[in-house]
Design a binder for this molecule. Structure first.
Ligand code: MN
Length: 133
């Protein structure tokens, strides 16, 4: 039943990185939604209510951290876990991402061996504050 599968939104503007994520998650029973910019991502979140968002921080339109703040400020979307995906690995970045409301982060280049377990761990967590249908 495809409707029973969790939806994961991958926000990524680089087609090559998107292929890497797709490849890494292909054995995971889930539906991958993709957005290449912040506006498209926002519209998809509002329409599809994914179970998890993998958020590239550097994207056109609304940047990843601004979009994260927006989604975490909205009662309808704040329960959706957001994992920041970033090429930055500078001191202070983790704090910056957590302060924006990200629930976790993963550095680029993405470790394709670890990504499925990371995603699975977020999908298995009960979504705190999820609105009851
Ligand atoms: Mn990017």
């Amino acid at each position: 039943m495809p409707e029973a599968l969790p939806k994961i939104l991958v926000v990524e503007d680089n087609p090559l990185n998107l292929l890497v994520v797709r490849g890494a998650l292909k054995r995971l029973p889930c539906v991958l939604l993709t957005a290449a910019d912040g506006h498209q991502a926002l519209a998809l979140v509002q329409r599809e209510r994914p179970s998890l968002i993998l958020m590239d921080i550097q994207i056109p339109g609304i940047d990843g951290l601004t979009l994260t703040r927006r989604l975490k400020a909205d009662a309808a979307t704040r329960h959706i876990p957001i994992v920041a995906v970033t090429a930055h690995a500078m001191a202070g970045d983790e704090e910056r991402m957590l302060a924006a409301g990200c629930d976790g982060f993963i550095a680029k280049p993405i470790d394709t061996q670890k990504l499925p377990d990371l995603v699975r761990s977020f999908l298995e967590r009960p979504a705190a504050g999820a609105p009851t249908p």
